[in-house]
Design a protein around this ligand. Sequence first.
Ligand SMILES: Nc1ncnc2c1ncn2[C@@H]1O[C@H](COP(=O)(O)OP(=O)(O)O)[C@@H](O)[C@H]1O
Ligand SMILES: [Mg+2]
Length: 214
Amino acid sequence: MQSSTPPTSVDWAKEMAHFRAAFLKVEPRFDPKLADRNILNSLFAWVWRLNECNTLNLNFDKGFWFYGDLGLGKSMTLQALRQYRNGLVTRHESKQDDFRMKGTWLKSAGELANIFSVEGQSALVKFTSDDINLIIDEVGREPMPAKYYGTELNVIQFILQLRYDHRRDSVTHITTNLKLEEIGQKYGAYIADRCLEMFNFIEFKGASLRSRIH
Ligand SMILES: Nc1ncnc2c1ncn2[C@@H]1O[C@H](COP(=O)(O)OP(=O)(O)O)[C@@H](O)[C@H]1O
Ligand SMILES: [Mg+2]
């Protein structure tokens, strides 16, 4: 289901400059040479549904599952994507009709588990809504199951399950150190299966950037 209407009146040089600026806003020391060029290009292709520069062969209707060791730029990249989206929808009104360009919330898996522990399951409803796109950072590091008084819940399993049902109206992105085969162990085979339908799996590799830039 790759609907691809090539936009006509887009100044690509200007958009790429905005794209770079979004990364610099999130990380002032952002150095494209330290990032994976294929990932950056494909991210831009994903936003604009550009088949020509879709080097990672992404499905444009699915979100991103970024996995790999700590310190490789997974969270920063999704924050930059969100930052780029914010300006984009004001520059290009037509992008507002693209479900993937809805307002995007960012929560870590730990925060979501904590919201459940303090306020209960009803407090998670807003994160399962198809009114928003959602980035869940650090999936797999949340307490599991989380406890609200006597009730236990595998919070990320619950959220993924409901967001799967809305996958054609809203998109979800993940950062994690879990590989696809580890999703089943944590969240069950049923969710792992659904993840295949919801996400483009992209591995971040290399040496941690934290020690290299700090
Ligand atoms: N290409 C880059 N150039 C400069 N700094 C970067 C780059 N990519 C990531 N960083 C920085 O490196 C650190 C680790 O990135 P982060 O996104 O937190 O990694 P991860 O989520 O993979 O653990 C952060 O401070 C981030 O801003
Ligand atoms: Mg991270």
